[in-house]
Design a protein around this ligand. Structure first.
Ligand code: AMP
Ligand code: ZN
Length: 469
């Protein structure tokens, strides 16, 4: 029975999906304004580990990870580099997907991009306005936190003494600046061409709104698990809860699973501090990247991980031990047994499961693996393992690797194709940009290309929508 530490209750709770046998997960994805650093990948590796373990436990998983392709940071970057939004975000989304694959991360079923969901976002804001939870001011729309009495409970904020109607325009702010936050940001000159028409005026969505909207669109108004790093608890996740529950009146997410930071020299790795490494700094060979994966997935997600190259080296050595044993066994037996296991192997797998069931306690789970590996190495060296014993150990390693993914073969492709592949989403966006630039020829050409790929585009008052043909 899997137990997960739930940030909403600050307790480990037994995990029960809303729908028997099926789990719906949403993960806050990358902001594609730059390369993701290795700290960011800690968040994406947690989502991957969780998803793999749920599947290993026999559950069906639908996983959605958004791509933030419009926010304050992106706007700053395109203005600094004098590039178009589509050009910048396309480049870094491509790199992101390559990085995911190189870390043996199983793709999500859907990677929705914020700019392809503006009509839904406008719809969500309209619902909040209708319910009296939002108000318009100078072309922007704000969420009124005093109208949502539960505001602050999730992030454990003290909201006493808060003044009504004081608002904040930035997407990111700290606990000392708890304010009415922006759902829609009215156009300002520095936004340039990046804007969409909406009933409440031309502008762009707030970052927090993007995740409420895309998670509910693909997973329903209530779903099972939401992941992200601890820095997202406030304001991002608190605001997602307020927007979603405020609009639907239903509970938004059952279990909130957060990873701690990856630090460097006892400080959070971050782009703004300039103390970060990219995946390419770790190495280009599969072995280097798998050592990084090993380091992260065998550290417990709720403890801070201080990144050092010595730590990476130890992970490389541990992983090499496992791969070497695997190779020796493969050459001795040819293949894993698919059949009955003796008690010692069953017991090791039972131990592995018990630790994983305890809030994904991977440090203990990996110790259980090495318990069996130690014995197997000894027996192999003494010539006592035998062909069937070797097959069992191989089988065991394959089973645990379905969860850890450290040997570097990607699991089978997801059962459902993505609802809108990134290439098509970017064509849709390029067409929208062409329309905004009144380049009708280009926009028609792109419409034809989309039609050829089976996507029908419909222009709406507030942007566009699409369906499969
Ligand atoms: P971003 O691309 O900045 O939106 O971040 C993507 C994800 O990485 C978010 O869930 C962040 O909270 C997370 N993240 C950022 N820095 C770190 C870090 N040093 N350690 C772990 N997770 C991080
Ligand atoms: Zn998010």
């Amino acid at each position: 029975m899997l137990k997960l530490y739930n940030t909403a209750t600050r307790e480990k709770e037994v995990f029960v999906p809303l729908e028997p046998g099926r789990v719906r997960i949403y993960s806050c994805g990358p902001t594609v304004h730059n390369y993701a650093h290795i700290g960011n990948f800690r968040a994406f590796l947690l989502a991957d580990l969780l998803k793999r373990y749920l599947r290993f436990s026999g559950l069906e998983v639908k996983h959605v990870m958004n791509i933030t392709d419009i926010d304050d940071k992106i706007l700053r970057r395109i203005s600094a580099e004098d590039r178009s939004l589509a050009d910048l975000t396309q480049q870094y989304s491509e790199v992101f997907f390559q990085d995911l694959a190189s870390l043996n991360i199983i793709p999500a079923e859907v990677y929705p991009r914020a700019t392809a969901h503006i009509p839904e976002m406008v719809g969500l804001i309209s619902r909040l306005l209708e319910r009296g939870l939002a108000y318009q001011r100078e072309g922007s729309v704000y969420f009124s936190i005093s109208r949502f009495p539960e505001y602050g409970r999730f992030a454990r904020l003290d909201t006493t003494g808060m003044r009504d109607g004081v608002s904040v325009d930035n997407d990111e702010y700290d606990k000392d600046h708890v304010r009415d936050f922006a759902l829609w940001k009215g156009w300002v000159e520095s936004d340039g061409e990046v804007c969409w028409d909406a009933p409440f005026g031309r502008g762009r969505p707030g970052w927090h709104l993007e995740c409420s909207c895309m998670s509910m669109k693909y997973l329903g108004e209530s779903f099972d698990i939401h992941t992200g790093a601890v820095d997202l608890i406030f304001p991002h996740h608190q605001n997602e809860i307020a927007q979603s529950e405020g609009a639907t009146g239903k509970p938004f997410v059952r279990y909130w699973v957060h990873n701690e930071f990856l630090n460097i020299n006892a400080e959070k790795m971050s782009k703004s501090q300039g103390n970060f490494y990219l995946l390419q700094d770790i190495g280009k060979r599969t072995e280097d990247l798998m050592a990084y994966r090993y380091l992260v997935v065998t550290s417990h997600h709720r403890t801070v991980l201080n990144f050092t190259f010595e730590g990476l080296e130890s992970s490389r050595a541990a992983l090499r031990r496992l791969t070497q044993l695997r190779e020796k066994l493969l050459s001795a037996t040819g293949a894993p047994t698919g059949g009955d296991w003796p008690a010692w192997a069953d017991q090791a797998l039972t131990e592995f499961r018990a630790h994983m069931d305890d809030d994904l306690n991977t440090p203990r789970a990996i110790a259980a693996i090495f318990g069996l590996v130690n014995q197997a190495e000894k027996a192999f060296n003494l010539g006592e393992l035998g062909k069937s014993g070797a097959g069992v150990v191989l089988d065991f390693l394959e089973q645990v690797d379905r969860v850890l993914g450290i040997f570097g073969q990607a699991e089978a492709a997801p059962s459902r194709p993505p609802e809108l592949p990134v290439e098509l989403a970017s064509l849709l966006e390029a067409r929208q940009q062409a329309r905004l630039a009144k380049d009708w020829k280009k926009s028609d050409e792109l419409r034809d290309q989309l039609a050829a790929a089976g996507v029908v585009v419909k222009d709406t008052k507030v942007g566009y929508d699409w369906t499969w043909a």
